[in-house]
Ligand binder design. Structure first.
Ligand code: DX5
Ligand code: ZN
Length: 214
């Protein structure tokens, strides 16, 4: 079953509760956290995660685009994140292992994210201990960018590695996913699709979420 994780980066921040209510038929709420350092944009922080937590029963998929994410993983877990993903490029391997351990110690799921320029092999040191791998299909930082079709071989390579080493691990894609590109992602082996603008710009959001399931 393909899962859909709408990104609230494309929601109306003055009406987050309303806009989270509009994605009730999805599987996760994708929350993009940016620090203006790891990416050139600043978005949502711990207090917003805490405020939206009681507005939905969907799991919160918190995508940390911040330097040295280990500094904040416990705060995001305590604020109500169910799944916390950290970028493989954001710290040393040792520090990332430590951050993953601390997410797990909070009883939450952990994931590793790969920017477009980062090869599939970069996930290998973490593959057997995480619950999700996220492949970026745009440069992280902004919603509404064009889908990078050339990331599909990386998704396929990670699907093969996951099937071999950690079959329960989810494989997520993020950036430019719409009713056309979703098919490529599913064919390459992704099972969780993030979509921001394709969901929130749709005339009928539940219909769009159903379309994205392929
Ligand atoms: C980009 C974010 C994405 C973004 C996706 O840095 O990680 O989650 O919101 O938005 P769309 O689907 O519009 O590309
Ligand atoms: Zn994201």
């Amino acid at each position: 079953m393909i899962k859909i994780a709408p990104s609230i980066l494309s929601a109306d921040f003055a009406n987050l509760e309303r806009d989270i209510g509009r994605i009730a038929t999805a599987d996760y709420v994708h929350v993009d956290v940016m620090d203006g350092m790891f990416v050139p944009n600043i978005t949502i922080g711990v207090p917003v995660v805490k405020s939206i937590r009681p507005t939905t029963s969907l799991p919160l998929d918190v995508h940390l685009m911040i330097v040295q994410p280990g500094r904040y993983v416990e705060q995001f877990c305590d604020a109500g994140a169910d799944l916390v993903t950290i970028h493989v490029e954001s710290d040393t391997e040792e520090a990332l292992h430590c951050a993953i351990d601390r997410i797990h110690a909070k009883g939450k799921r952990a994931g590793i994210v790969l920017k477009p320029g980062t090869p599939a092999e970069a996930a290998l040191p973490f593959l057997e201990k995480v619950e999700l791998i996220l492949v970026m299909t745009v440069e992280p930082g902004f919603g509404g960018q064009k889908f990078m079709t050339d990331m599909m071989p990386k998704v396929s390579a990670l699907r093969a590695l996951i099937d071999e080493k950690n079959p329960a691990c989810e494989l997520e894609v993020d950036g430019g996913v719409d009713p056309e590109t979703c098919t490529l992602c599913i064919r390459a082996g992704a099972n969780v699709l993030v979509a921001g603008s394709a969901v929130y710009k749709a005339a009928d959001i539940p219909v769009r979420i159903a379309e994205l399931r392929g």
